[in-house]
Ligand binder design. Structure first.
Ligand code: HEC
Length: 375
């Protein structure tokens, strides 16, 4: 369903330097300086003495070849996943521009260029309260995929996808030496033994662990949202977002490798750790005042901690007739699911948490698991 959203967002709440004297009425960097911001209502009405923005943002970039980094030949195809309503995409050659993106959105760019380049899900892009430019999206060449299949002696199963993960250390450098046995997909052994790419991103059929490039290839991955995790026995933790996987496409994901088991947060305080998330991650731009989240979701996420706590743990949602925090099934809490990425997208207009590995997601989840206390 595509709904026309009245973008009367009060962004001053989360932006520095957004004063009453701002003559443009924008006050958000270059968000509207070139006249490209597209408010459904024309924007510009003043709320509470601040600047009400009828605005969305844009993201622009280029589709490049996974191996060479060169712009793909011909006309690229670009789609987004995880955003409803879907923003508008325009493509010129390998360059693309996505407009109409709700503030504080996370989404995946699916980039390709038939017939030379396979549709490839890139890592999630984030748009906060300014336009984003210069994004490099990568797509796997068909010749590269054929070369991989030949070198690895793999015949991909129909109806499955290919997932290519890159292991990184804490500083973002490729991490070599992670053995095939360390990898699981969603807590299960991968459907096909993990295979590796060498430093030049060519197939390394004899490698049994990540090389200097850090790349590991999974074939025959079931469509859905896939998490790459480390086996307990490996002694590692992989943190990275979930990757959307679809039949016949390639998905790219980065994993940060750390030693030891993951440490979920504990003793989480609502007032000092959870409540500030609603400002920091932009929730209150929509869930306050006349914002659309308050209007359509009946949910206020600013004001006093007591009020917000009541909205989350006592008040029943007008849309779902349940409380937005679900202590019995914490992960099912609307507070977590609405701003999270899922396929198909839910009714929420933006995505803030690309996956459950988001630190703020983990804080909220831990707080709910610990009883959603007023602490
Ligand atoms: C771009 C505006 C926008 C932002 C930013 C936003 N929301 Fe929302 N939110 C909405 C709208 C609109 C709805 C109502 C969707 C519907 O049901 O049609 C909603 C609904 C919800 C609901 C369900 C309310 C109900 O009872 O139906 C929850 C929970 C929620 N949002 C949490 C959050 C959290 C947490 C954040 C920040 C991480 C956030 N939202 C950021 C616009 C926003």
């Amino acid at each position: 369903m595509r709904r026309s959203l009245p973008w009367t967002l009060v962004l001053c709440a989360v932006l520095a330097g957004c004063g009453d004297d701002d003559p443009t009425g924008m006050g958000v960097g270059d968000g509207g300086a070139d006249g490209s911001s597209s408010g459904d209502d024309g924007g510009g009405s003043t709320v509470d003495g601040g600047v009400a923005l009828g605005t969305t943002f844009k993201l622009s970039g280029m589709v490049t070849d996974f191996v060479s980094g060169q712009a793909v030949p011909g006309q690229a195809t670009v789609n987004t996943s995880g955003l409803a309503p879907a923003p508008t995409v325009s493509v010129t050659g390998a360059s693309y521009q996505i407009t109409g993106i709700a503030p504080f959105s996370v989404f995946h760019v699916l980039a390709g260029a038939a017939p030379t380049h396979r549709s490839t899900y890139n890592m999630a892009s984030t748009v906060d309260a300014a336009d984003v430019t210069g994004v490099v999206s990568r797509a796997l060449g068909e010749t590269t995929l054929t070369a991989y299949q030949t070198a690895f002696a793999v015949t991909p199963m129909a109806g499955r996808g290919i997932l290519i993960a890159r292991t990184l250390d804490m500083t973002g450098s490729a991490r070599a030496g992670i053995a095939a046995t360390a990898f699981q997909l969603g807590g299960q052994a991968p459907p096909h033994t993990p295979l590796f790419l060498d430093a030049a991103r060519a197939a390394a059929p004899t490698a049994t662990s990540t090389t200097a490039s850090g790349y590991v290839v999974f074939y025959d991955v079931m469509p859905g949202l896939v998490t790459v995790n480390a086996t307990t026995a490996s002694g590692f933790t992989f943190s990275g977002p979930q990757a959307p996987v679809a039949a016949g496409t390639v998905s790219l994901v980065d994993l940060v490798v750390t030693a030891g088991a993951a440490q979920p947060p504990t003793n989480v305080s609502f007032s000092t750790q959870v409540f500030p998330i609603f400002t920091r991650r932009g929730c209150e731009t929509c869930h306050s005042g006349n914002g659309i989240g308050r209007d359509l979701g009946g949910l206020t996420l600013n004001g006093s901690t007591t009020l917000v706590l009541r909205e989350l743990t006592q008040e029943l949602s007008p849309n779902y007739n349940i409380t937005r925090v679900n202590k019995a099934m914490p992960e099912m809490s609307k507070l977590l699911t609405m701003p999270s990425f899922e396929q198909p997208a839910d009714r929420h207009p933006n995505v803030t948490f690309a996956s459950a590995s988001d630190r703020d997601y983990q804080l909220i989840l831990a707080w709910i698991k610990e009883g959603a206390k007023d602490n």
